[in-house]
Design a protein around this ligand. Structure first.
Ligand SMILES: CC(C)(COP(=O)(O)OP(=O)(O)OC[C@H]1O[C@@H](n2cnc3c(N)ncnc32)[C@H](O)[C@@H]1OP(=O)(O)O)[C@@H](O)C(=O)NCCC(=O)NCCS
Length: 183
């Protein structure tokens, strides 16, 4: 599904961070970010970027997908990244409806609080609409920036993992974070 449009906050130089619905006719903007070398292998552990045509189709289909939610992040009206959750409503942890959080910010917009503000607003929406009662986020242990963001957002490191993940003949360690709504 596409998430509702929402204001998230301001960057440090007071530009507006907004979550908006994806636009299949502008999908190339998001596709170019997904192809950016700085995303790999950090983003969604081995996410394979499809062709542009297939990606446009996926953005169309995402609207009807009940197990995923997707927003585009905009800064002063300019495309700046993506945030969302997948495997939404699945029962990965006993007694919970879970979902897996992800986010990516375009290189020119990093270091200004964009990922933190966007993820915070997306999480609030997911919990308020009861799409999940527990969010999981799996990151590479070496992705310090993303781990700081998750910790700032209140995620706790799960003792269950680390797991190893293979890509391009290399092996990476991951860690899993968990977040429940505050009562
Ligand atoms: C990880 C990623 C999403 C971070 O995006 P971002 O918008 O730069 O993140 P934020 O600005 O919210 O936080 C990053 C840093 O900027 C700093 N920052 C936040 N607000 C700031 C502000 N107002 N002024 C200056 N710096 C600020 C944060 O303190 C943080 O520093 P830290 O790494 O020492 O904790 C981005 O680098 C990215 O897309 N990486 C590739 C994909 C990826 O790793 N995704 C996550 C796993 S799914």
């Amino acid at each position: 599904m596409y998430g509702s449009e929402m204001l998230c906050g301001l960057t440090h130089d007071l530009r507006t961070i907004f979550l908006r619905q994806p636009r299949p006719d502008q999908a190339e903007l998001a596709w170019l970010l997904l192809r950016d070398p700085s995303l790999h292998p950090d983003f969604m552990l081995g996410y394979e970027v499809p062709s542009l045509e297939e990606y446009i189709e996926r953005v169309h289909r995402a609207k009807e997908n009940e197990k995923g939610i997707l927003w585009w992040i905009c800064v002063d009206g300019q495309f700046a990244g993506v945030v969302g959750a997948y495997r939404l409503g699945v029962n990965e942890v006993e007694g919970h409806k879970t979902g897996r959080l992800y986010y990516a910010v375009s290189p020119g917009f990093r270091g200004q609080g964009v990922a933190t503000a966007s993820a915070r607003r997306a999480i609030k929406y997911i919990f308020e609409t009861n799409l999940a009662t527990l969010l999981l986020a799996e990151v590479l242990a070496s992705n310090r920036s993303s781990r700081h963001i998750l910790e700032r957002l209140g995620f706790e490191l799960s003792p269950i993992i680390p797991e190893r993940y293979e890509e391009g003949g290399r092996s990476y360690e991951t860690c899993q974070y968990l977040l429940e709504p505050t009562r």
